[in-house]
Design a protein around this ligand. Structure first.
Ligand code: GLC
Length: 541
């Protein structure tokens, strides 16, 4: 495969075409100063763990100063580090230390909105209606006799109206929480500001950006009602003008030495529209949410894999394979649910019975599946330990604004953000020396990195082996695949030279195809049969 683990900024390697990228949600990763909240010191202390794991890059969720209304996706200063996480100087050290270990650094950028504590928003509030300061956001008078109704019917993705009224009577737009005012990208100042922010961080050595809500920047300036529509052409998602933004950004990344990249977050229903963001002069790659959302069913998985390969090949971009992140129910839980094992925001199926052993077996198989497919792969912190969704967080401890804004109808995303268990036998499991900002379950004693490192059959050992094999195996990473004719409930494909991946999603053991040797399996085999919910990598002739 083309990825080397040496960072040589002057030699292009197309490292991003098949990188294994580990997502760090800083507040929950590791706490270096004992305040119960993860921080950069905690990350620095665990860099050797990540190097051993065999990843190529880290993607950091937002590390900027933030009131943390939305876990840092409410940014008040795009050119500094959140004080509870550390300092800018520490971030620079971290970047250098990671590079020393051959790990690249990708950081989140949040161009759709700011925090209500961002100086521009404060200035807009102070300057009043009609001011140039308000032009950087979407301020509008209300409807109704006295402007008491929102300017249109758009709903926040976190529940409730997408508009909030300020003291002077105007309303401002926020597609997320009322503490996240949307930037107005018709303003040249907004464009210029973000170009400058990109340079600020590229100058500090980062290797790329993950672009938050990448499809959402451009709004139809007429702000038309959507009359309840949630899919299809929407006046705040996937508007054609958004591509100009990324073309301008690509020129910036290309002007830096090495290969600096953009990874887009777009939840779009149409794979062809999605691929437009990955044209050669726009982003390098994007998260494959169709794959993430797909239930554990062979036919559906084959379809989504094929459609991902097809849409990406239209533009020559590598697909990515994603199982979990900080917004979705952890996949051990999803795959163990009775009934539907897919994911959708509209219904997290919170509290549906879960067979965790089954979910874990499937998660192990899914890991081998994703790491064998052509393209890049993402690992969300804790998935390598086999952590599951914590569904019984007491209501009064829930922090995600989704919980309140949906009037508790949606539990929100705290259950996948519980601090990582590193070692020891009781909470905080060496997360830090203080407590943890969300409670950890006692059952995690057997799932700490320390306990799993000592167990050759643990999820951690499987991830380590698989990631290292993936890096060294010429057939894996970027490239092509071909389906292997197989039973209806089996997903099997081969890659050149001499590699086959087979996943059994049926209820019965299935015979292995002819092979030279077994490279790795997600669980014990039954002689020459692959048991249900198990994946195998085979060396073929
Ligand atoms: C993205 C992030 C999510 C955040 C939202 C608003 O979807 O992944 O965590 O709440 O954008 O910034």
């Amino acid at each position: 495969m083309s990825v080397t683990n040496e960072i040589s900024p002057d030699t292009p390697t197309a490292w991003w075409r098949d990188a294994a990228i580990y997502q760090v949600y800083i507040r929950s990763f590791a706490d270096g100063n004992g305040d119960g909240i993860g921080d950069l010191a905690g990350v620095r202390a665990h860099l050797p763990y990540l190097a051993d794991l065999g990843i190529d890059a880290i993607w950091f969720c937002p590390w900027y100063p933030s009131p943390m209304d939305d876990g840092g996706y409410d940014v008040s200063d795009f050119r500094d580090i959140e004080p509870t996480f550390g300092t800018l100087a520490e971030a620079e050290l971290l970047i250098a230390e990671a590079h020393e270990l051959g790990i690249r650094i990708i950081i989140d950028i949040v161009p759709n909105h700011a925090s209500d504590e961002h100086p521009w928003f404060k200035a807009a509030l102070a300057a009043g209606p009609g001011s140039p300061e308000r032009e950087r956001f979407w301020f509008r008078p209300g409807r109704g006799e006295n402007g008491e109704l929102p300017p249109n019917d758009w709903q926040s993705r976190f529940g409730g109206p997408a508009w909030t009224r300020v003291a002077d009577g105007e309303w401002f737009l926020h597609l997320y929480s009322s503490r996240q005012p949307d930037f107005n990208w018709t303003s040249p100042e907004v464009h210029a500001e973000f170009i400058d922010i990109l340079k600020f961080w590229f100058d500090r050595g980062i290797d790329g950006f993950r672009i938050d809500v990448a499809d959402g920047l451009i709004k139809d300036p007429a702000l038309p009602d959507v009359n309840g529509l949630t899919v299809g052409p929407l006046p705040f998602s996937d508007m054609d003008g958004v591509h100009e933004v990324y073309r301008a950004w690509r020129k910036i990344s290309d002007s830096y030495p090495g290969e600096r990249i953009f990874v887009g977050e777009m939840w779009l229903p149409d794979p062809i529209r999605f691929a437009r963001y990955l044209r050669p002069d726009e982003m390098h790659s994007a998260f494959n949410f169709d794959f993430l959302s797909c239930p554990w069913e062979a036919k559906r998985l084959r379809e989504v894999i094929q459609s991902s390969m097809d849409s990406h090949s239209l533009v020559g971009a590598p697909p990515t394979w994603v199982l979990s992140n900080h917004d979705v129910t952890r996949h051990v839980t999803r795959y163990g649910r009775s009934g539907d094992t897919g994911f959708e925001f509209a219904d997290r199926r919170h509290g549906t019975p879960v067979d965790r052993d089954l979910g874990t077996r499937r998660a192990r198989a899914a890991a081998l599946l994703t790491m064998a497919l052509p393209g890049g792969v993402y690992v969300y912190q804790g998935e390598e330990l086999g952590l599951w969704e914590i569904e019984d967080i007491p209501d009064e401890l829930r922090q995600d604004p989704v919980f309140e804004r949906t009037k508790h109808a949606d539990p929100g995303r705290d259950g996948c953000r519980v601090p990582i268990p590193w070692g020891g036998t009781k909470p905080p499991f060496s997360f830090g020396t203080g407590g943890t900002w969300l409670p950890q379950p006692q059952d995690w004693a057997a799932y700490t990195a320390e306990a799993e490192a000592a167990d050759p059959d643990s999820m951690l050992s499987l991830y380590r082996k698989a990631l290292h094999i993936r890096r060294d195996e010429p057939a894996l990473g970027d490239g092509e695949m071909s389906w292997v004719v197989s039973l209806a409930d089996v997903v099997a494909f081969s890659r050149d030279p001499g590699f086959t991946c087979m996943v059994n999603l049926s209820a019965e053991p299935v015979p292995l195809p002819r092979h030279e040797s077994i490279i790795l399996a997600s669980g014990p085999l039954q002689g020459d049969h692959l048991p249900p919910d198990t994946a195998v990598w085979l060396r073929t002739f």
